[in-house]
Design a protein around this ligand. Sequence first.
Ligand code: DX5
Ligand code: ZN
Length: 221
Amino acid sequence: MNDVLLCPSMMCADFSKLQEEVKLLDKAGVDIFHMDIMDGSFVPNFSMGIQDFEFVRSATQKQVDVHLMINNPGNYVELFANMGADIIYIHPEADQQPTRTLEKIRTLGKIPGIAINPGTSVASIKELLYLVDYVMVMTVNPGFAGQKYLEFVNGKLEELAAVKSKYEFELMVDGAISPEKIVELSKLGVTGFVLGTSTLFGKEKSYKEIIQETKQTRINV
Ligand code: DX5
Ligand code: ZN
């Protein structure tokens, strides 16, 4: 079984002590810091800004991804590449030319990924699978933390899991990922999990305990 990738959703962190949050998560053994960027247009919300991204980037040596929930992401991938994003996710639904944007990310020396809305089919993004190293399936409608998991996406996860070795991508999920979901989805072939309010933030246990327990459960699946 592949190693699991645990990615804290930093919009859920306590911003009054962001430096400490990053340090604790880093030490707890998270794999990739997940940074949500919204434009109030592609999704009806705003999240973190450029300064937040720069701060988290400067505060860890680990990989940092950026999940661009913005229209015309091609106009901004260079900005995030220059700021040190390791992985750049775009929504193909928000881009007239996703192929060009994904190639641009690769040319900039960064890792391209796509994030797809719950209503986006595998058939509609199939050709893009040749171009990306990460496919992130939204298991809630993007834009907000603390929503309900949408069960109907499981069929799509099975479809993607069946072709992930052929196209060589990492299968990720984002939205309402609870400890129970991690067990269930690991069995379907999901290897990467964005952790927000459902598993990691605002809990009694420390980040270290949660991350260690999650890695352990995943090994036992
Ligand atoms: C949006 C975010 C959210 C969220 C995940 O892309 O990444 O999906 O913070 O955490 P939950 O849904 O558990 O609050
Ligand atoms: Zn996200």
